[in-house]
Design a protein around this ligand. Structure first.
Ligand code: TXA
Ligand code: MG
Length: 332
């Protein structure tokens, strides 16, 4: 096709063959497959090691394509799609019958998103259909924010990795459930809750426990590096670091620019605001692991704006890590 980049065309033909594509988005890289091809979708679960009943987000090129995959399109969906798409927002709505159980994990709802990345949009509009894509990491681990992370983590299990550069947002999309009445946030992410509330003109609660939704992003231990992670206040950092160092651990600290770090600690500084923290978060946790450090002490940003998503991911990364059961609960 004229005007479409060669690497995008290669990715489109991989999707058409039932292959898996490393998909750059503004949030994190996705592991994409043709949402209408059940075998291809099942391969995603196999490669990720993800329990098959956990639903996937379907990525589309525009809001009209999203509507076609929904059985109902509430007023709030229209408002939020106009305000934030393309962008880091996933809308959970009742699914159209054409959306397969492989994608939704057998649920009657589907998560839909128009990502804000030029290569993703070119891929989606050239492909013409929905692309089911979870984050391109093994289940429970840190999401990839560069093409190299995807290659490092998934290797030959992914057919084509489209390189769209480092992700601009750095944490996953905000998931808003519109399928059960008043909108609620299932996962804080790139669109701040405050911005949702401003667009809707109403408070939007954040769901904190996963009772009636099967969302691995809501499991306690998730998004975890190999290093043990603890949240500490700026004031407590020196004392906690000293204790860990005396125990013989190698210690990293993830801190806002203003916070000093004690001697003997490997310092990872976030220069800037909550958005800068989000952008740096996953790459830093990968770097901590690459250097083989035992412990990372994170001084969190304020839990406002995108900072709420950062605090959420840090909490999950610091949760106790139980061995996985059949459902994958507690899996790393
Ligand atoms: O930013 C993102 O959302 C990235 C990029 C690639 O788009 N994707 C992503 O996908 O984070 P994943 O699979 O790692 O996380 C999606 C979350 C999961 O917790 C899943 O359970 C939840 O969305 N989800 C998907 N469909 C859902 C549905 N119908 N109802 C409730 N939760 C749903
Ligand atoms: Mg994920």
């Amino acid at each position: 096709m004229r005007g479409v980049r060669d690497d995008v065309l290669e990715a489109v033909s991989a999707l058409r063959r039932g292959g898996l594509v490393g998909l750059p988005t503004e949030t994190v890289y996705g592991l994409g497959a043709d949402a209408s091809n059940e075998l291809a979708v099942r391969r995603i679960f196999a490669v990720k090691g993800r329990p098959s009943r956990h639903p996937l987000i379907v990525h589309v090129a525009c809001a009209d394509d999203a509507r076609r995959l929904a059985a109902a399109w509430p007023d709030e969906a229209g408002v939020l799609a106009r305000a934030f798409w393309p962008g880091p927002l996933t809308l959970v709505v009742t699914r159209a019958s054409a959306v397969s159980d492989a994608v939704t994990g057998g649920q009657d709802t589907v998560g839909l998103r128009v990502p804000d990345h030029p290569l993703a949009l070119e891929l989606l509009s050239t492909f013409g259909g929905g692309v089911a894509a979870p984050s391109a990491n093994r289940f429970g681990r840190v999401s990839p924010t560069t093409a190299q992370h995807v290659r490092d983590e998934l290797g030959a299990d992914v057919d084509v990795v489209l390189d769209g550069g480092p992700c601009r947002v750095g944490v996953e999309s905000t998931i808003v459930d519109l399928s059960r009445g008043a909108p609620r946030v299932l996962r804080p992410g790139g669109v701040p809750r405050e911005a949702l509330e401003a667009a809707l003109g109403a408070p939007v609660p954040v769901v904190t426990t996963a009772t009636d939704v099967r969302a691995p992003g809501l499991l306690a231990s998730h998004y975890a590096p190999r290093a043990g992670l603890s949240l500490v206040s700026a004031e407590a950092l020196a004392g906690e670091a000293g204790r860990r160092l005396r125990d013989g651990a190698t210690v990293a600290a993830l801190v806002p620019a203003a916070s000093p770090t004690p001697a003997g600690v490997v310092r990872f500084e976030v220069a800037g605001d909550d958005a800068a923290y989000a952008r740096a978060l996953y790459a830093t946790l990968r770097e901590v692991d690459a250097r083989g450090l035992d412990v990372v002490l994170a001084v969190p940003p304020p839990a406002t704006g995108v900072g709420l998503a950062v605090v959420d991911r840090l909490r999950r990364a610091s949760a106790p890590r139980a061995p996985p059961d059949d459902e994958g609960h507690g899996a790393r």
